[in-house]
Ligand binder design. Structure first.
Ligand SMILES: [Zn+2]
Length: 139
């Protein structure tokens, strides 16, 4: 597998126009407010969505901490913020909020169980179409 960190400093200084994988970033006019077409890493490097997805899929292997991801609008899939498929929801059921919450609709609030692309299980709570926190599940 090709390393994405082949020469990050040079890439950053060159006003990066391409991802390390070779994909060109889309050029948008000033005022464009859709998706940028690339992600910016904490160190300032830009990567394309495909690489961002790949990276998030790799991060799933670290099961020592919770993972933030989006529930698809139909509630069937867990995706990265760039839209890549990370997990399939295996089970979901309405869950009762234990205390009153203003920003969650209690009707759409559900518990989710999902199996990631590596075959590992996660669980979380939230609503379809929003970012939720998933925690590793044993078994
Ligand atoms: Zn890329």
């Amino acid at each position: 597998m090709q390393s994405t960190s082949s020469n990050p400093i040079a890439a950053r200084e060159a006003g990066q126009t391409h991802c390390a994988c070779g994909a060109a970033f889309p050029i948008h006019e000033k005022g464009y407010c859709g998706s940028s077409g690339y992600a910016v890493l904490p160190d300032g490097r830009k990567i394309c969505y495909a690489c961002a997805d790949k990276q998030q899929i790799e991060e799933l292997q670290d099961r020592s901490k919770p993972f933030g991801a989006y529930v698809s609008g139909d509630g069937q899939t867990i995706t990265s913020w760039t839209g890549g498929r990370l997990m399939d929801v295996t089970q979901s059921w309405p869950c009762t909020l234990t205390r009153r919450s203003n920003w969650h609709s209690s009707k759409s609030y559900r518990s989710f169980r999902a199996r990631d692309v590596h075959g590992k299980l996660w669980y979380g709570r939230g609503s379809a179409g929003v970012c939720i926190t998933l925690r590793p599940m044993n078994g």
